[in-house]
Design a protein around this ligand. Structure first.
Ligand code: CIZ
Length: 304
């Protein structure tokens, strides 16, 4: 393992590559990455880093997002098998039908979507900024795709009419109210934070709802010392590492995304040594998909 890690560092230097890893990645990938974060943080980094090569350890739509924001760079993903079932739940026909049915609505797409869906949207959002993005747009009606978990969470908080799509994250939706009640019984002195992709019945009995960057910030800054965490288990490693003086427990072992665990050190090494797998997006789609992402980043930077 030590040898493999030093080979990765050597190749990374030779190729002038930067390694970005999502919060849900395996511990060994998080440890070797130059930057770890959620989609928003990594998207911002991807558009700002100087290195000509980005190795994206995450799932397909995340690497695609980095490519859309940095079209001149080589963006590599270590495995082509790391998909996202939520992103795959919507296709262009289903979105067109919604847009025809609600011609006055703006379309907001969650970053967990394909380049094609982004290309058909007015603006993109992540779990960290969904409400801010929906509130920032002019129209009073919004089509929110593809995640009904995050979409319904936003709908509860905005004055706009939100038209939801039936997509969901199988990992977060796997978590039930009963799982959470059981975990609370085991850790009665812990506060609960769940991801907005969870179902409403889970969100409703949780103390707080945050995306992964919000969870980390809250854990660092809050007066609480013990937390029950309702998101993909990879986040526990990051929380324990970066907030070592506090305690974090995963609400249920069901919170496991197989796609997020498909990247390992061996594949990362191969990705660097064989320069594979390059993300390619047809030019017309890439250009259209860029606009909603840049619009989101513009709103992010103007309000900070
Ligand atoms: O925004 C992201 O990266 C996702 C998909 C979840 C989160 O909260 O990090």
């Amino acid at each position: 393992m030590k040898k493999l890690i030093s080979e990765i560092f050597k190749l990374k230097k030779e190729k002038d590559a930067v390694i970005l890893a999502h919060n849900y990645q395996l511990p060994e990938i998080q440890d070797i990455a130059d930057f770890i974060g959620d989609s928003l943080e990594l998207s911002m980094l991807a558009s700002n880093v100087e290195a000509p090569v980005i190795i994206f350890c995450g799932v397909q739509f995340m690497a695609e997002t980095a490519k859309i924001l940095s079209p001149k760079k080589d963006v590599l993903i270590p495995t082509l098998n790391a998909g996202c079932p939520l992103a795959d739940m919507i296709d262009s026909n289903s979105l067109s039908q919604l847009q025809e049915k609600y011609p006055n609505a703006s379309t907001v797409c969650y970053v967990n979507s394909s380049a094609e869906i982004k290309a058909m949207s007015d603006i993109c959002c992540t779990s960290a900024n969904a409400l801010k993005i929906v509130d920032s747009i002019d129209s009073t009606e919004v089509i929110f795709v593809p995640d009904k978990g995050l979409g319904s969470y936003v709908a509860e908080k905005t004055n706009k009419k939100v038209i939801l799509y039936e997509g969901y994250c199988p990992t977060h939706f796997n978590l039930t109210k009963e799982d959470l009640l059981k975990a609370k019984e085991l850790h009665p002195d812990a506060v609960t934070i769940v991801h907005p992709e969870c179902s409403k019945e889970v969100r409703d009995i949780s103390n707080f709802v945050f995306g992964t960057s919000g969870m980390l910030k809250f854990a660092r800054e809050s007066k609480h010392n013990k937390f029950l965490i309702g998101t993909e288990e990879g986040m526990i490693y990051r929380l324990r590492k970066e907030v070592p003086n506090k305690e974090f427990f995963l609400i249920s072992s069901k919170l496991y995304c197989p796609n997020m665990k498909k990247t390992n050190l061996q594949l990362l090494y191969k990705s660097l040594s064989e320069f594979r797998y390059t993300i390619e997006i047809p030019k017309n789609i890439l250009e259209k998909a860029r606009y909603p992402l840049l619009k989101m980043l513009e709103i992010e930077s103007s309000k900070q």
